[in-house]
Write a protein that binds this ligand. Structure first.
Ligand code: AHR
Length: 533
């Protein structure tokens, strides 16, 4: 089926192929009905656009033969792939976290500056990579901005400490007149990079991390690093490392101790979570956002507890700076790897089911916009990524590209109240879960309302009555959806649009309501705009 081009350039070029189908496949509703009430009078939070961030780690082929490949036919004069850059602009990440990840915990930032031919080749202890340091801060920051994203840098608090953190900050942000800022200018970046978001290390609670620490050790180091970094540049925002995931034995206690040391020095605490379908339990997998919800709620409670003990008026916000679907059970583990440059590493191929789960996780993040300020889907290219590349060859969108691109483009402004009335189903991991999950945003500028919705039913379409009465006169601009008609198709270089968004079934209108049909295992975007009389 031919692909059509969807609403061209408004902000960035955006050419998601939409299959012009108007059916919902063969699934019937079997009487399944749900209701969705949108209440724009209840503003839950301003949606921080940084919630649509992504992550570039020196790992596998994310950097080399991912974003950067000087010999590629589309490479620009700095060696970055033009075809990948175009796809990143379509995807629309607002933030790019860099350079790791586990990689950063044994990284020496100064290896990545100066003439490229003089840079050392090193062992990357995190992923057993051979790291040639051809991309470093002076290459990455301008590239990130060229694709429309703000860089978010991590400092090494694994094998390094305060000194190296203030050095890289001075190199990056100090205008001039010091050895390091003048070195930056001599290396070709006269203007400061002005990187304003900094992560104080990565996953330092994890035994796999180079330089693992106890919460006490990390809390002290992070507090002292933060203090010194703020002297170098008071404009910066800092992220303290939270638990590597909610299953860590120290979850909760780690956040409490770390924040007891850092509460007044940091702006955010980090969360990381990866989900996969385990033992064929698709019902639980589709409900992964329930786990994300409670993870966020747990960290908020812990942070607020620490805040309360300090009589603080400030509420800490969250940086969910690694999240995605990742089939970790298929990964052999870093200990089994041979030393190698740019080896394919955890290049998961995603199905439409995975894309629906990604859409569902995005809904969870948006629903927590009152506390989640930053979030990064991990990672951007090749490594558990929305974009895949062949060295010297094609670049294409994985299925999970689409929910991210649609949400990043259309969910804007303020998160408004939604009331969901939905049938429920039983899951092995999370108990009783609603089939319908939804969130809504409203853009005060355009007046456009965007509803994101997931139908978790594996068998039945869901007939949803959307109550529009609170919105005034509106019309449905479009209903785009991704549905998992089969759970196995993946996008490939030969069939890059095998799984792509399509147009939803024509909705039925009644007075103040809209009847939409959500196919089984589907992610939908409904765009409603005011009717100007
Ligand atoms: O994104 C892959 C890895 O997952 C990151 O390096 C690490 O921070 C996390 O464990």
């Amino acid at each position: 089926m031919a692909a059509i081009t969807l609403y061209n350039v408004v902000m960035k070029e955006y050419k998601i192929p939409v299959t012009p189908t108007t059916t919902t496949g063969s699934a019937s509703t079997n009487g399944l009905r749900a209701t969705l009430h949108i209440d724009p009078g209840t503003v839950r939070a301003d949606l921080d656009r940084r919630i649509f961030g992504s992550f570039v780690e020196h790992m596998g082929r994310c950097v080399y033969t991912g974003i950067y490949e000087p010999d590629h036919p589309t490479a620009d004069r700095d060696g970055f792939r033009g075809d990948v850059g175009d796809l990143v602009r379509e995807l629309g990440p607002t933030v790019l976290r860099y350079p790791g990840g586990n990689f950063v915990s044994s990284y020496r930032w100064e290896d990545g500056i100066g003439p490229q031919q003089d840079r050392p080749t090193r062992l990357d202890l995190a992923w057993r990579g051979i790291e040639p340091n051809q991309v470093g801060i002076d290459e990455f920051v301008p590239w990130a901005r060229s694709v429309g994203a703000e860089p978010m840098m991590a400092v090494n608090l694994g094998t390094r400490g305060v000194h190296e953190a203030i050095d890289v900050l001075e190199y990056s942000n100090h205008p001039s007149g010091t050895q390091l800022s003048d070195l930056r200018a001599a290396n070709g970046s006269k203007e400061p990079h002005d990187v304003l978001m900094w992560c104080l290390g990565n996953e330092l609670d994890g035994p796999w991390q180079m330089g693992q620490k106890t919460a006490e050790e990390y809390g002290r180091l992070a507090a002292e690093t933060a203090k010194a970094m703020r002297v170098v540049d008071p404009r910066i925002e800092l992220v303290a490392v939270g638990s590597s995931n909610s299953q860590m034995p120290t979850f909760g206690a780690w956040e409490r101790t770390t924040l007891e040391h850092t509460y007044d020095q940091v702006d955010y605490i980090s969360l990381h979570a990866y989900y996969e379908e385990l033992d064929g339990d698709r019902g639980s997998f589709l409900a992964s956002a329930v786990d994300m919800d409670s993870f966020i709620d747990g960290v908020v409670s812990t942070a607020d507890h620490v805040g309360a003990t300090r009589r603080s008026k400030r509420k800490l916000r969250l940086s969910f700076d690694e999240w995605n679907v990742w089939y970790q059970q298929r990964f052999v583990g870093q200990n089994q790897l041979e030393w190698q440059f740019a080896r394919p590493l955890i290049e998961d191929r995603y199905t439409a089911v995975d894309a629906v789960v990604v859409g569902s996780l995005l809904i969870s993040l948006i629903e927590h916009a009152d506390r989640v300020a930053i979030a990064c889907q991990a990672q951007l290219v090749n490594v558990i990524a929305p974009i895949l590349t062949e060295p010297g060859g094609a670049a294409w969108r994985q299925t999970v590209f689409h929910p991210f691109a649609l949400a990043a483009r259309h969910a804007r402004g303020q998160v408004v109240g939604v009331g969901v009335g939905s049938p429920r189903y039983d899951t092995a991991l999370y108990g009783d879960v609603p089939l319908l999950q939804a969130t809504a945003t409203q853009d005060p500028g355009s007046g456009e309302t965007c509803v994101l919705a997931v139908n978790r039913s594996q068998t039945d379409a869901l007939a949803v009555t959307v109550d529009l009465s609170g919105l005034g006169p509106v019309e449905l601009l479009e209903h785009l959806l991704l549905a998992a008609e089969d759970g196995t198709t993946v996008n490939t270089a030969q069939a890059p649009d095998a799984v792509a968004p399509r147009v939803g079934t024509a909705p039925q209108r009644a007075e103040g309501t809209l009847e939409v049909l959500l196919p089984p295992v589907s992610f939908s975007v409904l765009r409603l705009r005011p009717v100007v009389s």
